[in-house]
Design a protein around this ligand. Structure first.
Ligand code: GLA
Length: 381
């Protein structure tokens, strides 16, 4: 947290109580994309980009927020959706979910800053939901688990923001562990942590800088298409709970549903394959699964975009071992798994040709796998 923010906090709100400092990380997802609302397995990890907040109780019924990135202030006494200040809905939504659980949240002042690139598929919004949920739990001493904080964040996003996201982002951001990825069964919330031994390989991110907004995108539509497929299948197989339980694609779905279900069935196979390759340290094969996953996300689930597809093809041409879009899609970041040392060789040319073709600046991020949400300091100043 930039030191200036502590001064800014006092300027905006005055010191009325102890000031606390919390942060929540961004996330990557190695495999299992668009299956976390279909009961699938996902393999995310928290990474060291953060949303950071300073918070105090203000001993009133007011909620007052200041966003350093937007340079915007906001004040309300009501928990209602804000059309023109979308960023406030992530916070108001979380407070409203606590209230539904009969956890009364009184007035708070919150300053928000951070370095997670927004609209880039790294879950800056889930990080905001989780950090606010965690701060509320700590400040009001609510007996709420990290898992529950993740569920509160997801409900806030589903009910208040309006994106019908799954549980993956909030879950990993709340439960991430340093140097470990999390294998999460989104049907049961059973989880195991795994250290990835990458040998002479590395993960890194390429930001296409095509901004997506999950809210405006076809994300909810994809979910509806999957639900309609599930409904048809359940008519014939009533015991089926989730699309992810399927191993074959039924032949009575319409064309769109068939494509979506082909992605889900394929992603399940790819997940088993990549886990095996990581176990055997077959990194080259593991990486190639990422290309297969991208192909499916682009052609079957149709959540990629021209700029990202172009970059993936360019990466293949220069023999990068594997890459795919991550997150909701329609823009944002590509996750690359490649031999160490290659990145430096290919990036300059890639940046140049991307700029020429799309007039967009490509950004590269290296990262460390980090802890989930944390309290950095309590009772500051
Ligand atoms: C977004 C959603 C997640 C998940 C991914 C796609 O990040 O928030 O719940 O569905 O897209 O895997």
């Amino acid at each position: 947290m930039d030191k200036k923010n502590f001064i800014l906090f006092e300027e905006k709100f005055s010191k009325l109580d102890e000031i606390h400092y919390f942060k929540a990380p961004a996330r990557i997802n190695i495999i299992g994309e668009h299956v976390d609302y279909l009961g699938g397995l996902v393999l995310p990890a928290a990474i060291d980009f953060y949303v950071e907040i300073l918070v105090q109780k203000n001993h009133s019924n007011k909620f007052r927020f200041y966003s350093v990135q937007y340079k915007e202030e906001f004040e309300t006494i009501e928990l209602i959706h804000q059309k023109n200040k979308q960023w406030t809905n992530y916070i108001l939504g979380v407070i409203s979910e606590f209230e539904k659980l009969n956890h009364k949240v009184s007035g708070l002042d919150i300053l928000i800053d951070g370095n997670i690139p927004q609209g880039s598929g790294l879950s800056s919004s889930a990080a905001l939901e989780v950090v606010v949920g965690f701060a509320i739990k700590e400040i009001f001493n609510f007996n709420v688990s990290l898992e529950k904080i993740a569920l509160i964040g997801q409900s806030a996003e589903n009910n208040f923001v309006g994106t019908k996201c799954g549980i993956m982002d909030q879950y990993i951001i709340a439960n991430g562990k340093k140097d470990k990825c999390l294998l999460l069964n989104t049907a049961t919330l059973e989880k195991t942590y795994h250290e990835l031994e990458l040998e002479n390989f590395e993960f890194y991110l390429i930001n296409s800088n095509v901004k997506h907004s999950l809210h405006d995108s076809d994300y909810n539509l994809r979910r509806e298409e999957c639900e309609s497929a599930l409904k048809k299948i359940k008519d014939k197989q009533p015991t089926l709970q989730n699309l992810y339980e399927l191993d074959e694609v039924p032949d009575y779905l319409n064309e769109t549903e068939t494509k979506r279900v082909r992605h889900v069935v394929g992603e399940k196979k790819r997940t088993q394959a990549i886990l095996g390759y990581f176990r055997n340290k077959s990194l080259e094969q593991a990486a190639s699964i990422l290309y297969e996953a991208h192909d499916s996300l682009s052609n079957l689930f149709e959540v990629s975009c021209g700029e990202i597809d172009f970059l993936i093809e360019e990466l293949k041409k220069v023999n990068v071992s594997g890459a795919r879009m991550i997150g909701g899609g329609f823009g944002g970041c590509i996750l690359v798994l490649d031999q160490k040392g290659n990145k430096e060789k290919i990036i300059k040319d890639l940046k140049q040709c991307y700029l020429e073709k799309f007039s967009l600046v490509l950004e590269i991020y290296s990262f460390q796998i980090s802890e989930g949400v944390t309290k950095v300091l309590q009772g500051l100043i």
